[in-house]
Ligand binder design. Structure first.
Ligand code: SF4
Ligand code: SF4
Length: 364
């Protein structure tokens, strides 16, 4: 095969090169794992080999110095190996129990930089999307609200005191590259106003047919408009049809829809991807909109705390948040959490005569 020896710098190196020896040697032979204490796991293989893992929270957006610190700990205790979980927790692994105490002692010397936890019936790191700095369609920030919420819920990271684990996620627009549709608690950035069309720039920066084709609801149509006395080609938006998704803006920078008053966060709860005990579930909308009250999003933080506390007090052991809400009934969910129920939590597609904005995700 002429391609076999081709040297390429495209893509990362194969992950297999970075596995600790004990993981490599026991590939496919792992029997079970246990949580020894909050944040500390043991995995046991067929032949008796063990891996002890100390899981630490991370702020997700890391400084170079922070990465150097992680590498220093990994060099000192883990032969240079370290891994990140899908929730951006940092996992330091050692191959015998007596090395765990020394590893934990080193982590302690960094103060609060490496909090140990995030296992079992806890609230682990919150997954989130890109936010205001890195993406073009966000209706809220990502790391900002997540930092504020996790700071408030930090007591649940290092303990396993909840009935079951709570997975929290944030996506900063309803394109949802953060997969908030199946989380116990989800923060979802939503726009509430249609795109604003910059007729002066539009033909210079956009391919109009692409902007028109980008709209999933057929709300963008070609139009002729007057700019400084001259007729120019542009588009018009049927505002009643628009669900504020931002797809047209992805194609056409002259159709921005971010708006300080329109944008905010919706809260959805009760989703899960696991099929343990009950089938996987989609999250359901319980709070239609909260403001982007920067820098600490107090309304979002206090709403999520209310949900967590009501669940912690009332749910059975091992019952996930959505299972609890279904057992007690959603009416009781609103009573116990103290959240007001609104018509925006009702799908009324039968009323879709002139708008498709009738589902709970974009009912404005
Ligand atoms: Fe961009 Fe939306 Fe993903 Fe946020 S959720 S990073 S706005 S695509
Ligand atoms: Fe269509 Fe979405 Fe643009 Fe609205 S925001 S016009 S629904 S593409």
């Amino acid at each position: 095969n002429p391609m076999e020896d081709r040297i390429s710098d495209i893509g990362p190196r194969h992950y297999g090169e970075f596995l600790p020896p004990v993981i490599k040697e026991n590939k496919g032979k792992w029997l079970y794992h246990e949580i020894l204490e909050p944040g500390v796991l043991v995995h046991v293989a067929e032949g008796g080999a063990k891996v002890f893992t100390v899981r630490c929270g991370s702020p997700r957006l890391l400084t170079i110095n922070g990465i150097r610190d992680i590498c220093d700990v990994a060099d000192k205790h883990c032969d240079g190996f370290v891994r990140f979980t899908t929730r951006n927790n940092i996992e330091f692994m050692v191959d015998s129990e007596d090395k765990v105490a020394a590893l934990k002692a080193t982590l302690k010397t960094y103060g609060n930089q490496f909090p140990v936890g995030g296992t079992g019936a806890s609230i682990s790191n919150i997954v989130h999307t890109q936010g205001w700095v890195h993406c073009h369609t966000p209706a809220t920030d990502a790391s900002g609200p997540v930092k504020a919420v996790m700071d408030d819920l930090f007591e649940y990271f290092g303990t396993m005191s909840l009935p079951a684990h709570i997975r929290i996620a944030l996506a900063c627009c309803l394109n949802m590259c953060g997969a908030v549709h199946a989380s116990d608690i989800a923060m979802l950035g939503i726009h509430r106003k249609p795109p604003m069309i910059d007729n002066e720039r539009i033909t210079g920066v956009c391919e109009l047919p692409l902007a028109i084709a980008a709209c999933p609801l057929g709300a963008v149509k070609p139009a002729k408009v007057e700019v400084r006395g001259e007729e120019v080609k542009s588009v018009k938006v049927n505002a009643e049809r628009c669900m504020f998704c931002g797809n047209c803006y992805t194609m056409c920078p002259a159709m921005p829809l971010a708006d300080p008053e329109g944008d905010g966060i919706a809260i959805l709860v009760g989703g899960k991807v696991s099929n343990s005990k009950s089938e996987p579930k989609f999250s359901k909308l319980v709070v239609p909109w909260l403001p982007n009250n920067t820098p600490r999003w107090p309304e979002v933080v206090s709403t999520i705390r209310k949900i967590v506390e009501a669940y912690a007090k009332d749910a059975h052991k091992y019952e996930r948040l959505g299972e609890w809400a279904e057992r007690i009934g959603w009416e009781k969910f609103f009573e116990k959490t103290g959240l007001p129920f609104t018509e925006k939590s009702i799908d009324d597609y039968r009323l879709a005569y002139n708008t498709w904005r009738t589902s709970t995700l974009f009912k404005y």
